[in-house]
Each structure stands twice: as C-alpha cells, then as structure tokens.
Design a protein around this ligand. Structure first.
Ligand SMILES: [Mg+2]
Length: 442
C-alpha cells in the first residue's frame, strides 16, 4: 500500500454545476439534455450545459436558438443564482462531515486540507464525500476530485477525469500524466498567454516543463509565471492576495427595467449591497462611480468624491447624484441621443472605491460638530440595519424602497468568482404576511 505523503491539497470541482443543480431540482428533465441561460429568451446564450448537452456539441456562449437546432430535446432553464448559492452551502456542510474545507474558490470549487494517507483511505475518503453529496443533496450533483501537493496541480487533477472523476498527481510521479494536459487547461493560461507561450516556442506541456522558472517569469513578464512554473513542478507557492481596492456590482437589464427610473431602482439595490459588503470588511469609501451602458451601446460614467463614508444614506445620495449627472450628460449630448426621454439602459455598474479605514484618516477639522455627529449616527444606523437583516436573513430594513429586478437576485451573478452570502439574495419581507421568508419569532 502506497503512503501518499507530500499530498496536501484535495480539490473538489463540481461538474456542469448550474445545469446539474437544475437537473437535480427538476425531475422532469432527468432524461433530457439541460442548458442554463441568464435570461428567459431565445436570444440568450448558454452559461452552463449538462454533460448530455455537451455530447451534442453545445457549449458556453452558444445562442439558445442555435443550440435547439443541434439538440431539439434541449430543456432550457433560466439561471437561479440564489438557488446555486443555497446548494453551495449545503455542499460545504456535506463535505465537512468528512474533511474540513480550507478554501472556497468559487460557487462550485473548493479545496480541503489533506494530511498524509495511504492510497486506500484516500480512495475511501473521496467515495465518502461523493456519497454524502448524493445523499444530502442529490445524485445528479457530481463532483470531480483531484489530489496533489499544491492547489494548482490538484485542480488540474480534478479536471482530468471529468465528470464524476478522481485523479492523483503525486509529485514523485511528475511529469507523468501531466504531460497529456494541454497548456490551455492550466489555470492561469488563457488565449493571450497561450499565444505568448507559443511565440516563445512553447507548444506543449512538455515544452513548458522543460523551461526554467526564470524563463516562465520572463514570458509572463511577472512573478506569476514563476509561481505557476513552481506549482506545475509540484511545489506549493502561496499567492499574495491582492489588496482590496473596490467594492462593485453590475447588472444587465432587460424589458421594462431598461427605463432610467428602473435603472436607478436597480442601482439603489446594488449600491446598498456594495455598501453592506464594504462595511462587513471594515472599510469606508471616498469615491463612487456609476457607469451605464445604453441599449445603443454607448457608455456614460460619472465619479463623485466625498469625505470618508460607509452608511447607506450618504452612499445612496451620492449614487443618485452620479446617476443624474450621467442622465444629464446623455440628454445634453444630442448627437448620440436625438430625443430626450428615449434613453434606455442595458447595463448598470456601481463601484465604491478610494477605500480607507477608520483611524487611517483624520476628520476634517473644519467640519461642524453637528455634521460629525450626524455622520456617526447614520453610520450606526447602517450597522443596526445590517445586524437586523443578518439576524433574519432578509432585507427587513432598508433606506428607502428596494425592488428586485426580474431574475430575483442583484449583484450576485458573478457566482463563479465570488460567493455571494445569503443576504445578497434576501428579499425585502412583504408585510402582508404572505411572504414565506417572513422571519419566525425568536
Ligand atoms: Mg466546475
């Protein structure tokens, strides 16, 4: 029996996650290919497809109309990111019955701490994890599991036997099976980097294996190349996390939500969410930027600056100022927008930046004591709102009305890059007693 020493990372990557979650939750789709789209429209494109659909040649970015020609049986479902986040948390709970999750990389990828084990206990652990997920959540939600000495190799190992796979890349067997992996499958090598590697005479994994760490650094023109080179050779190298520089959210709008009034409603929601995340991490903002993309593909943006602020009331007011300035710009630019009132917004984006922390700046000595008091009170009010909403997992308290655009979520669409917490999807409780999310008395 081989002892798997030097293995420290167990990487779990779920197969066709959005599509498989939908499949699990919709029994009438079990025997059909399933595709997921961001909007309920024939013009929408696939953002996920199950393995049956993949076998027909369907891929991410393919138009629904095109996909239905190739695959007439396709069941198309509109994405429900709130559901995917809920399932994500259930998955973490299921995995943690057997091993602790060290880091969540995305809504469908996580890494676990892994001590030295032998081949057999290792296999039985992965079997237990898979069985637990099937039992707690459902058999259609399958993970692929990879083991290696660092997270990059473990992630590559998880990719190697998809779907529902298991693979070990042991450092003492390297390069071995790793040489079969195309360069494009290394996380961190996208189209442009692959071209740069090709130009340097590196076409295959074997070519990459045989260059030096210094050469990799020169090709990348950054230390990141060297880091990837060391990890490919089996050495764990921690990435220095980038310093937080902004909190932002964006949202695509459609139908009646493209009017300026609705775009502003959506921005209220996104601003409150960005502000809540910013407070949670202990920052204050000094700049707010709004940018709008119009239906005719024009872009308008406006930045406002202010004294350090963290409360919803101030930030929503600043958002409004910036938004109206954008509308003024659009209406005064007669060349681009012939008639006032015809502006339609396709996408809204808000960022809070120029971040600072309490204690890192001095209050303006010339501001009046009452102003400072008011600012402190507003700040405390936002903390109370956050605590209350967090307690009831629902947006019971908001500054002004907040309405969800269709799709039932806001700012949480980038579920692959960051896991929105449950509050990102919490609804404002309807006080007519009909909303099921109404908090229970505690
Ligand atoms: Mg995945």
């Amino acid at each position: 029996m081989r002892i798997l020493d030097n293995i420290s990372s167990l990487y779990i990557d779920f197969d066709a996650f959005f599509a498989n979650v939908e499949k699990q939750l919709n029994p009438d789709t079990w025997h059909y290919p399933v595709g997921v789209t961001p909007f309920p429209s024939e013009h929408s494109s696939l953002i996920a497809q199950c393995y049956v659909a993949k076998a027909y040649g369907l891929h991410r970015g393919m138009k629904v109309s095109e996909a239905k020609v190739i695959c007439p049986d396709l069941r198309v479902i509109t994405a429900r990111h709130n559901v995917y986040v809920e399932i994500h948390h259930k998955i973490i709970a299921a995995i943690e019955k057997h091993i602790s999750v060290k880091k969540v990389w995305s809504v469908d990828e996580m890494e676990c701490d892994f001590g030295a084990r032998d081949d057999e206990s290792c296999l039985s652990l992965t079997r237990k994890i898979k069985a637990q997920i099937a039992e707690d959540i459902g058999p259609h939600i399958t993970p692929s599991i990879g083991l290696s000495s660092c997270n990059l190799l473990a992630k590559i190992a998880a990719e190697m036997k998809k779907p529902n796979g298991f693979e070990v890349l042991h450092p003492r067997d390297l390069p071995g099976k790793l040489l079969e992996v195309p360069l494009r499958d290394i996380p961190g090598i996208a189209t442009n980097m692959e071209l740069r590697l090709n130009r340097a005479g590196i076409q295959t994994m074997e070519d990459f294996w045989n260059i030096s760490a210094k050469q990799a650094r020169a090709i990348w023109r950054s230390v990141e190349g060297e880091r990837i080179w060391w990890m490919i050779h089996g050495y764990p190298v921690e990435k220095i996390p980038p310093k937080r520089s902004m909190f932002g959210h964006s949202r695509q709008l459609s139908g009646e939500w493209t009017t300026p009034k609705r775009a502003e409603d959506c921005l209220r929601l996104l601003t409150a969410q960005a502000a809540r995340r910013m407070r949670k991490e202990g920052f204050l903002a000094t700049k707010l930027n709004i940018s709008l993309r119009t239906l005719d593909e024009n872009r308008i943006s406006k930045e406002v600056r202010f004294s350090p602020a963290r409360d919803d009331y101030t930030l929503l007011r600043k958002m409004r100022m910036a938004f109206w300035a954008c509308l003024d710009m659009a209406q005064s630019d007669r060349l681009r927008f012939a008639r006032p009132g015809t502006l339609r917004v396709r996408q809204v984006h808000i960022t809070l930046h120029g971040l600072t922390t309490k204690g890192a700046f001095t209050d303006n000595l010339f501001s009046k004591t009452e102003d400072r008091k008011k600012q402190d009170n507003l700040s405390r009010l936002s903390d109370v709102i956050d605590q209350t909403n967090q307690k009831y997992q629902s947006n019971i308290l908001t500054i002004g009305p907040q309405e969800q655009p269709p799709g039932d979520y806001a700012g949480g669409k980038i579920a692959f890059g960051r896991i929105p917490d449950a509050m990102a999807y919490a609804k404002r409780v309807q006080l007519n007693g009909k909303d099921k999310r109404r908090p229970k008395a505690s």
